[in-house]
Ligand binder design. Structure first.
Ligand SMILES: NC(=O)c1ccc[n+]([C@@H]2O[C@H](COP(=O)([O-])OP(=O)(O)OC[C@H]3O[C@@H](n4cnc5c(N)ncnc54)[C@H](OP(=O)(O)O)[C@@H]3O)[C@@H](O)[C@H]2O)c1
Length: 251
């Protein structure tokens, strides 16, 4: 079982990350939270401090993670504050407006910077840190959307797919250094990110359920995990629909 005693969370103010942080704190972890909004970050840190015991360290720093020049400093600060790093969760992301991206190349590029390139930049730094340390667990929230491009959200899907593929290679590399790399693939989750969507139906999950699955996967070092579990079957079917049929569908 992996140790989740000293954890950095990037995108800590996301609903899923917030629930994960609460569960980690209840399990005795010290956490360094990095979120974009200073106001939301302060509220999160205050909440976690109330839940933590005196020997747990709860701290953090506000940062826009597309500013990759800050990444090395953020990791160094977190390491100093926590007294070392056992685990990292990368959770930040945006759901692009697919139609707007189709006519705006700059917007499309920005979505890739948030959802893929900023994540890959962080992963490169953290991978080298853990490789040298010879232990650690890295978890990233990707998405089922990265399993196959669909007309309704292929900008998001392609960015998440890039992250998923990068993590596959990283997992292969870091397994030799006793480092686990975990790809989290949620389906539909009821969070602010999906507020514009119709949330009725059995496929929708709550952030707390996803958080429980994330921690389980981080502890066991499972490579790729679909959350909830039934998305594994759904995506197996979606991935295997022949292209000749898929291009006539409106998914
Ligand atoms: N909800 C779903 O259905 C679903 C499904 C599959 C995967 N996911 C993934 O799950 C992760 C968490 O999302 P969520 O559902 O919990 O949504 P959320 O509550 O809307 O969280 C998204 C978070 O990302 C942060 N963020 C966005 N751009 C950032 C940047 N440049 N720098 C720093 N932080 C930034 C946001 O910060 P602000 O609060 O400052 O905007 C927010 O805290 C994301 O990676 C998302 O793609 C979600």
């Amino acid at each position: 079982m992996n140790s989740l005693k000293r954890v950095i969370i990037f995108g800590a103010t996301s609903s899923i990350a917030e629930q994960t942080a609460r569960l980690l704190v209840a399990q005795g972890a010290s956490i360094y939270c990095i979120g974009r909004s200073p106001k939301k970050l302060k509220a999160l840190i205050d909440d976690l401090k109330v839940r933590a015991s005196t020997d747990q360290c709860i701290d953090g720093c506000a940062a826009n993670l597309t500013d990759t020049s800050q990444h090395a400093r953020l990791i160094e600060t977190a390491e100093r504050v926590l007294g070392g790093i056992d685990s990292v969760l990368i959770a930040h992301g945006t759901l692009p407006n697919q139609k707007a991206c189709q006519t705006d190349t700059l917007l499309t590029r920005q979505e890739f910077e948030t959802n893929a390139l900023s994540v890959i930049d962080l992963l490169t730094l953290i991978a080298n840190y853990f490789e040298q340390q010879q232990h650690g667990v890295i978890a990233v929230i990707s998405s089922v959307a990265g399993d196959r491009g669909r007309q309704s959200n292929y900008v998001y899907g392609a960015a998440k797919g890039m992250v998923t593929l990068f993590l596959q290679g990283l997992r292969n590399r870091l397994s030799k250094a006793n480092v686990d790399v975990v790809t989290i693939k949620p389906g539909f989750v009821d969070t602010p990110m999906t507020d514009g969507l119709d949330k009725r139906g059995p496929l929708w999950a709550k952030p707390k359920d996803i958080a429980t699955g994330i921690i389980k996967a981080m502890r066991t070092g499972k490579g790729e995990v679909y959350l909830p579990w039934f998305w594994k079957g759904i995506m197996l079917v979606i991935r295997h629909i022949p292209d000749s049929i898929f291009k006539r569908m409106s998914l």
